[in-house]
Design a binder for this molecule. Structure first.
Ligand code: UDP
Ligand code: MG
Length: 329
């Protein structure tokens, strides 16, 4: 008999938001790799693919339901509304950890090379709990996306956040890693920052990033910026420190300016001073507003965090055991 350690139950979690165009191809490729792994006895026969429908407005869920009925490796999870990529991913991970030995998360759009899954599993067999997929090249991304992403990784590292360079959410996690992840009840979810905090043995697998197979990016600039800001402010208080330091320097400058002003007045140098006055008023005003805005950002986070709202609500779960739609109560 094959024990679960020799041949682990793998679940591949795929968050989907309006992905009807890519879904058929994604199903085909993931099924193919899973079948290969099964025939090589690298994963158990009970391994599945779990598609999480993040409140899509198109036919994504209909397709998942159909595939669930006709393809034995396909399972589905429907969220009650659009909750965002990170929450959708978490809902899939938390559902899958109940019946899997390890879980791999991958985007639906086939930008991440599915062939790397085999290497992920080999690393798991070697005893690693976390395997990070790292993009070797990003030539298929637009110059703008590449530039902003690079800048973001650099900034995060500078701010002291442990983050893997060029790693998105393509990774393998063992069951025990997921059990610990479940304890991070954060509303401002940034999985890339949290997973390294869990620890355990981890390694990296390199792959080439492809172009989106079909459809459009579900991460427009606005979402991308808000994701980056969330990442920074959820993991680092350095920006707020920077404001304090800036405030202190400005205070020193103003003391020197006051002394200089008083001396020149007593010396009888009559300077009209209007220009410098109006500039400093505006400057101080601007800096203060910036500081207040930043403090507000943190207070907003505390506000959202203390409410402890559920991150997602599962509407139905199509498991591998029953081929019927189950609505949890
Ligand atoms: N996604 C999601 N909910 C959202 C937005 C995106 O589940 O609100 C999914 C999307 O279907 C895809 C993954 O998250 O599988 C990454 O999105 P996308 O490929 O559009 O982002 P990009 O690669 O352009 O950054
Ligand atoms: Mg993508």
């Amino acid at each position: 008999m094959i024990t679960s350690k020799n041949s682990p139950v793998l679940t591949i979690v795929v968050p989907c938001y309006n992905e009807e165009e890519v879904l058929p191809e994604t199903v085909k490729r993931l099924e193919h790799i899973l079948e290969q792994l099964m025939s090589n006895k690298l994963v158990s026969e009970h391994s599945t693919v779990l598609f999480v429908d993040d409140g899509s407005k198109d036919r994504t869920w209909e397709l998942i339901e159909q595939y669930h009925l006709t393809h034995h490796l396909i399972t589905g999870l429907k969220l009650s509304r659009n909750s965002g990529h990170q929450s959708a991913l978490l809902s899939g991970l938390m559902t899958a950890k109940e019946y899997s030995d390890c879980v791999i998360s991958i985007d639906a759009d086939l930008q991440d090379d599915v062939e790397a899954i085999r290497e992920f599993i080999i690393k798991y067999h070697e005893g690693y709990d976390v395997v990070y997929g790292i993009r070797r090249t990003r030539t298929t991304d637009t110059m703008f996306k590449r530039g902003t992403a690079q800048g973001f990784y650099k900034l995060m590292t500078k701010l002291g956040v442990q983050i893997r360079y060029n790693h998105a959410d393509y990774r393998l996690m063992s069951k025990r890693t997921l059990d610990h992840l479940a304890q991070y009840r954060e509303v401002n979810l940034f999985l890339r920052g949290i997973v390294p905090l869990i620890g355990f043995r981890s390694t990296e697998v390199y792959y080439d990033r492809h172009e989106r197979f079909a459809g459009e990016s579900k991460y427009p600039l606005k979402k991308m910026l808000s994701f980056a800001l969330d990442g920074i402010t959820s993991f680092s208080i350095k920006p707020i420190r920077l404001v304090t330091v800036l405030g202190f320097i400005l205070f020193l400058v103003s003391v020197i300016a006051t002394i200089y002003g008083l001396i020149s007045k007593f010396m009888g140098n009559t300077v009209s001073g209007w220009t410098s006055l109006i500039i400093s008023v505006w400057f101080i005003g601007g800096v203060q507003l910036l500081a207040i805005g930043l403090i507000g950002e943190y207070i907003g986070k505390i506000y959202r965090e203390v409410k402890h709202r559920p991150l997602y609500i599962i509407e139905s779960f199509l498991s591998a055991d029953d081929k019927e739609v189950v609505t949890p109560r």
